[in-house]
Structures are given as structure tokens and as C-alpha cells.
Ligand binder design. Sequence first.
Ligand code: ADP
Ligand code: MG
Length: 418
Amino acid sequence: RDETAEDPRETLREVFGFEDFRPGQKPVVDALLSGQNVLAVMPTGAGKSLCFQVPALMRPGFAVVVSPLIALMQNQVALLQSFGAPAGMLHSGRTREENVADWKAAVAGEIKLLYMSPERLATERMQAALAKADVSLFVIDEAHCISQWGHDFRPEYLALENLKTLKPGTPVAAFTATADEDTRADMVERLFAGNVETFVSGFDRPNLTLSVEEKSGPDKRIEELLHERRGQQGIVYCGSRKNTENLAEKLSAAGHNAIAYHAGLPDEERGERLNRFLSEPDLVVCATIAFGMGIDKPDIRYVIHRDMPASPEAYYQEIGRAGRDGRPAEAILLYSASDLMFRRRMIDDGGAPEDIKRHEKRKLDILSAYCEALTCRRNLLLGYFGEMRTEPCGKCDVCIDPPKTEDATADARLFLEA
Ligand code: ADP
Ligand code: MG
């Protein structure tokens, strides 16, 4: 157990200029300072980098940070250097001299964070060199890349399996935003052989109100919903290009400022519509999932799903675009059993291997449980992402207006007495 006299908050303030840790960051920092292995699951934007950068700056030696893309390494290293934090990197986009210089600086204690690709870490030369060096911790960013269940499996990451035994006593920290249970179990096994403390946090978006409605005559209903939200900006996700166009047309006819957006539009048209979205404060976008990547507009007040999303992860990401400004925002899902059946059929008819199909169907089961929830919807969603809560949120539709359930015990009693 390393004794560090310093307070990580001081490092946070002095180096990065931030007042305090966000909820969820401090426990990870503390665990790494005390030399434990850590798996941290936190959504995108939650602040995973600081969780390892602060301990890396405080512990003796240098941290080895594995990152899947050169662009990500460059970004992080440039950012660290702008804070005056000594960081370097080894990758194929630099000259041999530059790489050697950074390696020597790390060994000499002049660099506290050394970024490199998984391929480079896997070479015998690097492993031999690291075995002799004073490494403070191994960090694996985007760690879900090691699992075939994750969305971006990278075979190079499999070489990281031997980090478990490379330097006993040096903590290994893995970070990811992918919270799916199978992926997590796979990471725990491959990277840590089970010897790890897992932290899951930061999935809640308290200003988002969640609700589900039975879907019937969806376009008409959406018109009503928008009528009550006139003047606000929103997104209505649809399952097909045709649905986005039909809906946008009906909404426009009803006097709403609405457009369709999908990947079938010419690039120029897409750019234009995106610009309208960014500049017109009351525009409703009827969109396929092609609309979203990189959409970071703070004042989106609602996200409505006309059709069933593909998975709980997709749903979480899509509704996460609402209320980035922290003010109240709504996520409304229109639910029908036949949408679910359609999704199931798509999986069956797709050419994926059986175990992948099972995996995808389980995700649909979770969505269906979310739609038919009899207890707090927010807790159900957060629970799926590993964040367990017992206190109902008090703000979702189930909490506000609990569904009437039949008293089965009373029925059973009558039956027995008859
Ligand atoms: P992630 O890797 O989880 O997607 P990042 O580490 O890139 O997220 O951080 C996202 C943003 O949050 C960055 O701009 C970062 O500076 C900021 N951030 C992280 N932690 C804090 C904090 N404690 N206080 C203020 N800003 C923070
Ligand atoms: Mg990150």
C-alpha cells in the first residue's frame, strides 16, 4: 500500500484547475492510489480520463496508458501538456527519435503518463523494458475493445491479457463506457482474472423525465404531444426513413416547424438541415439514428421514440441528447408489442451466430421489461447499466401514476375458499 501524503483534490485543483471531483471519480482515484486493480464503467463525457491522470501524477513512476487510436493519444497528450502535466506517447506516426526521447524521459521520471497502442505494449521488447521500469499503473482506455461483445472489438487488445502477470503489484485500471453485462464479465476475466474492484457510476440524468405510452395511431399522438410542447426543440426518432418523412410531412401540415433527417439524403441537404437544427430554436427533427453522432445541442427539451430503439444502450444514448443544459427535459417512448416482434424477427433473419442472436434478444427483453415496468423506470434502466438504486426516483411516469395491478393473492384466496 503506497502512502501518499498529498490530497488528490489538491492535484486536481493545482494541475487541472477544477474545483472538485464529480460523483464517481473520487472512489476510483482512491482505489488506484491505494494500489488496487480497477474496472470503471462510466458514460461518455463523465470524466474517465481524470480518474487515472490524477493518480498517475501522484504515484511514483510513470503510468502506461493504452489507447486504441493515435488521434485519441494526441488529443489527451496535448491537453495534459497544456495543463503543464508531463505526458508523452509512443506511436507509429512519430519518428523513432521522438519515440526514444519520450521513453527515456519516462524512465528518467520526467514524464508521468506515457501513452501507447496495444500493439506496441504487446511486443516482447516493450514487455522486457517495462518489467525493469518503474511503472506506477497500467491504464487501459476503451477497455471494451477486448471483448467480442463490445461494439468495437479489436484483436490487438487481446494481447493485453498478459498484463495480469507482467508486473505483480502494479495496479491495472480499465475504463469503458460500455456497460453491458456480458462485456463487463468478459473484461473482468481477461484483464484481471477476476481480481478487480468494479465501479459503475454516472449513468443517471436526473433532469430527464422518463415515460412510456402504449403506441396507437402514433403520428396523431405525436402531433398532440408536440402541440403541448410548441416552441420547444425536440427530436422524434423513427425506425425507418419513410417514417421520418411521413411524420415530418404530417407535422408540418399541422403547423409545426418540422423536418426529416436520415442517411438517405444528399450530403448537402443533410448539412443544411443540421444547420437549421442548430439555429432554429423550435425545430422538430424526425430522424433515424443517423441523426445524433456528435449532436451536442444543450437545449433539446424532448426526445420521443415513435418506434422501438435497437437496445437499451441505444435508447440511453438517444435520450441522452435531451437536456444537456441540466434543465428539465423529457424522454417519451411509444411502445408496441408488434415493434418488438419486428425487431426479434430482424435478429432471427440476420446472419449472426446463435450466441450473438441470443445476446441481442436479451437486450430486447430488457427493453420490453422497461416498457412494462411496474416499478420505477429510472431504477430499472440504471440497474441494467449496473448502477443499483432502491429509492424510487419519484419523477418517472410509473412513480407518479403507478399502474393498477390485480391483487392476485385475493383472487387465489377466493379460489381456495370456493
Ligand atoms: P470520458 O473519457 O469519460 O468520455 P473525459 O475524461 O474526456 O470523459 O472528460 C469529459 C469532460 O469532462 C472533459 O472536458 C473534462 O475536462 C471534464 N471533466 C472531467 N472531470 C471533471 C471535474 N471533476 N470537474 C470539471 N470538469 C471535469
Ligand atoms: Mg475517454
